[in-house]
Design a binder for this molecule. Sequence first.
Ligand code: ATP
Ligand code: MG
Length: 171
Amino acid sequence: MEKIRGFYIGRFQPYHYGHQSVIMHIAEEVDEIVIGIGSAQLSHTPNNPFTAGERVLMITRALEKSLSLPFYVIPIEDIQRNALWVSHARAISPPFNAVYSSNPLVVRLFSESGTDVISPEMYKRKNYSGTEIRRRMLAEEDWRSLVPPEVADVIDETDGVRRLHDVSGSD
Ligand code: ATP
Ligand code: MG
């Protein structure tokens, strides 16, 4: 029988428990998961502090113990041409036949290309959000409880909080 491979895309700046809860839900419905890291070319900015490679590490380390299915983490750079974005994402990902996203643009682009998109429920969105985690890092509030411990380790190894402070400052 044909394998069902699910596709899930995010910027993962950083990867957090909201993302993880969606992936665990997807894992109940598919055989393998493709995780696309969007805006892969961006790093060292206030909204996109982490490199694609750092985000690959965060996701791989967090999932290798908790996810029993095969998964592939694929960095996907922006192409500045939304009309071609679905083809671009398909061209660099392992083939997938189910798409999961709650991002309205992603939903729109896939449905225009004839692919139905499943929109997972939000998991405690108020706190489990990249924007909230970056805000807490800058405010020196607790952010570690919102991410898997492996993600906090990667952020510590890359001196990520100090980097976020530095790239958010002005001269
Ligand atoms: P940012 O605030 O930087 O946009 P984010 O938390 O929205 O970060 P993204 O990488 O933009 O994270 O999101 C990737 C996908 O994960 C999106 O489809 C988003 O809707 C979804 N998502 C984010 N947070 C949650 C959550 N708490 N529960 C379920 N899905 C979430
Ligand atoms: Mg978002």
